[in-house]
Design a protein around this ligand. Structure first.
Ligand code: EPU
Length: 365
């Protein structure tokens, strides 16, 4: 009997990712209702298939050998207003909805809360997993709850912000991303006619220079323009955007550790270069990974075979065409090693690795 959910066999996954890397899925299921999803899980169990979850493919690195089991891409896309007052609007959005289409909709409806998260590729379901953030705003500021299916226990539960334990590029969903928790839907609370968030220095300066009245729409357009300049808007015509966005997180260090970095870089700092440092609460600071990479002598445009550092942002690793995941992760390991040798900082990768076995950069040389 044919399965009662959409499923295809031997599907190339590379074209479903922004990096354009990785081998095929033995099966790719694309359920869009909970009944289809349950049928898909039962079918996978019956055939004893290992499972992976794929979202929008923009923050994932897939193994060259592919995924020899069942890859599930939840594609349900509905969006409903579930509660509204004069001050706010709560919107429940299914996980397969495109993230940026949600941002565009909120801005068109004069709803504030995610305008600075414009131009981020990927799905709504993936957004809470790493608490997406950009230009001074993070998802956790508007997040109310997510409905999450646990693929280990087959139970569905509601996760509020406390349970998600959001931090910088972190949530309690992240450690098992791609394997255990499937985000069915997310509820966000938008502020009606709210002021746009203008907190990030680069955004502030660009808006001031524009002379136009600041609106949600102007902030959205400006963020997209800034991201595009850095190759951070996925566009098939922009070879620098064939990446997973930032490949490493910006390191958060104690003040003592930051001092240690300054000492190691005393020579370049003495030449007048200043190290970008962002406050992150008591006793800690965040450094710019892109800046550290460049200080380690790895300039924009550096190449290793068919992969390399973007020409326009040192934090993005790009598939130049014909690359492999092996090449990309070896390059990432090389960057991690060189940055550690020069600055003492061990950069941590940001994307999710999907492979048969658990993968870390230490597996590559
Ligand atoms: N910089 C360099 N070289 C570069 C680029 C940047 O030295 O090639 C330095 C500059 O001093 C710059 C600083 O790094 O001022 C910060 O750069 P940028 O504003 O581009 O931000 P980022 O810290 O590199 C983070 C997020 C981005 C987000 C931007 C803007 C992480 C890992 N990345 O990048 O998110 O768009 O801030 O808010 O936190 C993503 O996660 O994929 C992503 C694109």
């Amino acid at each position: 009997m044919a399965p009662s959910f959409p499923v295809a066999e031997h599907v190339a996954l590379a074209s479903l990712t922004t990096l354009g890397l990785g081998g095929p899925a033995r099966y790719l299921a694309t359920p869009s209702t909970q009944n289809e999803l349950l049928a898909c899980l039962e079918w996978g169990d019956k055939h004893q298939l290992e499972r992976w979850i794929l979202g929008g493919g923009s923050n994932v690195v897939i193994a060259d050998e592919g995924l020899p089991g069942l890859v599930i891409q939840w594609v349900a896309k509905e969006r409903h207003v579930v509660q509204e007052t004069e001050a706010f609007v709560d919107v429940q959005v299914e996980g397969g909805h495109n993230w940026d289409e949600l941002v565009a909709w909120s801005v068109e409806n004069n709803l504030a809360g995610v305008e600075c998260l414009s131009g981020i590729p990927g799905s709504v379901g993936a957004a809470p997993i790493q608490n997406i953030g950009a230009y001074g705003q993070e998802l956790c500021e508007t997040f109310v709850k997510a409905t999450v299916l646990d693929l280990e226990t087959y139970t569905t539960s509601e996760w509020d912000a406390q349970r998600c334990d959001f931090g910088y590029r972190h949530s309690a969903l992240k450690p098992s991303a791609g394997r255990r928790f499937l985000v069915l839907d997310v509820t966000l609370r938008f502020t009606r006619n709210g002021e746009p968030a203008v907190r990030y220095g680069e955004l502030q300066r660009t808006l001031e220079a524009s002379d136009k009245p600041i609106s949600l729409a102007l902030v959205r357009d400006t963020v997209i323009c800034l991201r595009r300049r850095k190759g951070m808007v996925f566009d098939p015509n922009d070879p620098n955007s064939r990446s997973a966005g930032s490949f490493f997180t910006n390191p958060i260090l104690s003040l003592e550790e930051v001092e240690g970095v300054r000492e190691r870089l005393a020579d370049v700092l003495a030449e007048g270069l200043s190290m970008p440092v962002y406050p992150v609460g008591e006793g800690q600071q965040k450094l710019a990974a892109a800046w550290l990479i460049e200080r380690a002598g790895l300039t924009k445009g550096t190449r290793w075979g068919n992969v390399g550092i973007s020409d326009v942002h040192a934090l993005a690793l790009v598939n130049r065409g014909g690359g492999t995941t092996q090449e990309l992760l070896s390059a990432a390991k090389q960057i991690q090693k060189q940055v550690q040798e020069r600055t003492g900082v061990l950069l941590q990768p940001e994307p999710v690795f999907l492979a048969k076995r658990s993968v870390s950069l230490d597996d590559f040389s």
